[in-house]
Design a protein around this ligand. Structure first.
Ligand code: UD1
Length: 355
């Protein structure tokens, strides 16, 4: 059986690490990796392949950055030839990025079966590009690999239950594996933060937070007044938008670093007092690693993290400092996201359905 994975953005490389490992365990599984080129900086892409020991991509489409239509269109055009050459049994798409949608559309149009990993997540916020990508992908795909029962419920509500299989969360597979490997590692924090003292880890990259200069300024002001040092690992979009708006990132409590490699991020979150983010993946990693999280958004797809106060939604950036001061939750965290073996279930599901 031949599986062709389409990936392009940072969180997809983490998911791919788990799937590539599982695929390699089967002699009858050929796994082709196609990188769309959506993320191209070394810190956003290459280091993930190196650190997570993912085989080098077989194909790189070099799509690069651009408006949503241009970026997605460039991938779509390039994918036709790749699918004609490789003729996979399954195209596997991951999460909710423009690379996910392009992989899905290219495959369904060529009558190649599509499986969507991390199916059924919903924010119900139609302003988010990721929400368009998720809904369109789920409705086009043949097999919906859902991470949780909540996701299964959303798919059932949309009439997609018969195509759904709950496999657990593959990011959990990788996070738990990496957390063990870095247990003794001292976190790599920006200059000015002592890893032995309390600190918070912050990442901000969503257009809703970065692209409105007023909101971005309020967000930074709040982080800069945080009651503990904040290690802000800055995504290229954040750096660019802050510069355009004349906003200084490094001030007060905030110390700026480049985006981290995955094991370094896990090491930093593991020892942190708290996390501030608008990333989906990082909310869940904070939950798995036991760091209370402040999510600077109006909603979350990972609603399980909100139980018992481990994650708190803070739509208004002026509330960040107060949310960071809340006491550490005492409740135990549940195993909502699976047992660390989701990726094996993914490969089994595809093998069973390709006979
Ligand atoms: C994308 C995903 C988002 C995911 C995020 C993870 C979509 C719609 N969004 O958002 O769901 O959470 O990846 O990081 O697909 N840039 C660089 N170098 C890079 C990559 C990006 O400089 O390697 C800059 C470019 O200016 C680009 C901007 O960042 O225009 C945004 O990148 P893009 O891939 O379009 O979206 P992300 O914000 O990364």
């Amino acid at each position: 059986m031949k599986i062709l994975s389409v990936v392009g953005a940072r969180p997809q490389f983490v998911k791919l690490a788990a799937v590539a490992d599982a695929a390699a365990q089967y002699e009858d599984v050929e796994h082709v990796i196609v990188h769309t080129g959506q993320h191209y900086d070394a810190a956003m892409s290459d280091v993930f392949f190196a650190d997570l020991r993912i085989p080098a991509p077989d194909v790189n489409l070099g799509a690069g950055s651009g408006s949503h239509g241009r970026q997605t269109g460039a991938m779509l055009t390039a994918l036709d030839e790749v699918l004609e050459t490789h003729r996979p049994d399954w195209v596997l798409v991951y999460g909710d990025t423009n690379s996910t949608l392009a992989g899905t559309l290219a495959a369904v149009k060529m009558h190649v079966k599509v499986a969507h990993l991390e199916a059924g997540l919903r924010s119900f916020n139609r302003r988010m590009p990721e929400e368009h990508n998720r809904v369109l992908t789920d409705h086009a795909a043949d097999l919906l690999l859902a991470p949780t029962e909540v996701a299964r419920g959303h798919l059932a509500d949309e009439g997609l239950e018969t195509r759904t299989l709950v496999v657990g969360d593959v990011m959990t597979d990788v996070c738990l594996r990496v957390a063990d490997a870095v247990a003794d590692r001292t976190p790599m924090l920006p200059a000015g933060i002592d890893p032995a003292e309390d600190y918070a880890v912050a990442t901000i990259h969503r257009a809703d937070n970065t692209d409105d200069p007023e909101r971005l300024a309020a967000l930074l002001a709040s982080l800069q007044q945080a009651p503990l040092p904040v290690a802000l690992f800055a995504h290229p979009r954040l750096v660019a938008k802050a510069q355009e708006a004349g906003i200084t990132l490094e001030r007060g409590s905030v110390h700026v670093g480049d985006p981290l490699a995955y094991p370094d991020l896990v090491a930093a979150v593991r020892r942190s007092r708290a996390v501030v983010t608008d990333s989906g993946g990082l909310q869940k990693e904070a939950y798995l690693l036991g760091a209370p999280c402040v999510t600077v958004r109006t909603e979350t797809e990972w609603v399980e993290t909100l139980a018992d106060g481990w994650n708190q939604l803070v739509p208004d950036p002026s509330g960040i400092a107060a949310a960071l001061e809340r006491p550490r939750p005492i409740a135990r965290r549940s195993e909502h996201y699976g047992d660390g073996h989701a990726s094996e279930r993914v490969i089994d599901a595809l093998r069973e359905r390709s006979r």
